[in-house]
Design a protein around this ligand. Sequence first.
Ligand SMILES: NC(=O)c1ccc[n+]([C@@H]2O[C@H](COP(=O)([O-])OP(=O)(O)OC[C@H]3O[C@@H](n4cnc5c(N)ncnc54)[C@H](OP(=O)(O)O)[C@@H]3O)[C@@H](O)[C@H]2O)c1
Length: 378
Amino acid sequence: MGLRGDNVLITGVTGYLGNRFAKRLLKETDTHLYLFGRSKKGVPFEQRRELADLPHKERITLVEGDLHDCAPLESLAKMVDEIWHFAAITSFSERLHAQIMDTNLHGTIRLIEVAKGFTNLKCLNYISSVYGCGLVGYPAVIAEEPFAQAKRRNTYEQAKCYTEHILASTALPYRIFRPSIIVGDSETGLSDDKTVYGAATVSYIAARFLREKSDKLGSNIILDRDVINKNINIVGNTDARKNIIPINEVIDLMYGIRERSKNLNNIYHLVSNEGTSLETMNHAVNKILKFNGIKLVDHLGEDPTHLETELNELMKDYVAYMKTDDPIFDDANTMAIMPEYKRVQMTPSLVEFLFRSFFTNYAAQLAKRYSLIEKMME
Ligand SMILES: NC(=O)c1ccc[n+]([C@@H]2O[C@H](COP(=O)([O-])OP(=O)(O)OC[C@H]3O[C@@H](n4cnc5c(N)ncnc54)[C@H](OP(=O)(O)O)[C@@H]3O)[C@@H](O)[C@H]2O)c1
């Protein structure tokens, strides 16, 4: 039995990954897509801007709904034969504990319950995360196997871990994909503004603040002590190596596994073959911003400046990741299916290209973010 369907349900199509994957299926296959999504900020689902440039609209059916209620999907029981579940809250914030559990864990359970009624279902593809492994001791290799017991850093990780176990305990045919930290496209530089780009935003704010305020020294702007002459301390470890992978590589690997895999119920790591240090990323950002002031420290001193306090607050959900090396994520299952795939090498010049693209593409949003922080500092 082939594992590819002709009628594919995709959740999370307005997101970074789901959108790219839907475009790939529309461009390179004849599948019909059922896109499950919601209205947001008063914009109905069908008018969401993320749907505007999807090609082959004649092969798309929109199903408006929310993971809090998957009932609208029940009518697809005889139509849909393959599911790709991307939708999730992608935040590490503990303030969102209840929402993350309700969407990422219980939302997926609701989807699974509906999928049990899909009579022709060939595979439910679930997008998890390698960080569902939690904090592990070193040296550690994380295999493409069910996550073991470990201390998880946050609700996001916990929900990924629980969800995988629940999916695997059903009788549904499934695949689990575990990407690491997804960055921009290695060819175009196009990215979202999360994870490493969230950290780059903090450098941007620091650089601009110090530059603009130092120009006005002597004016009536009240500054916190000697903020101008100091490094900005941000909690992290400059030597920590993180696994970052370009989005085009993630999509190629997912698509390739969909095309070729003959086995069900496997786990696939979608990871880079080597880690990138925070030093490499910080160096690239400093070079682009012409600013050398960010210093990664083990902990904030007793008397941080106001600016340091604000910037570290922005970074607080990432600290647990910025202090530790990632383990090695074994990707033998993925590479067994894609042995000749030409991996993208995460060189310092590619890292610089990706951050430069981010600062260019998000210039307007960065300026807005800066103004907000500037107001808080007045
Ligand atoms: N990006 C990464 O670095 C990364 C790494 C590892 C794993 N992953 C996983 O990959 C998947 C996709 O990530 P992403 O980066 O594309 O995320 P994203 O850009 O934040 O998109 C999340 C998607 O989920 C949808 N969604 C959230 N809550 C929903 C709800 N209650 N009902 C219906 N849809 C809902 C969002 O819809 P709205 O637009 O309406 O909010 C959006 O389409 C996630 O499961 C994520 O955990 C991502």
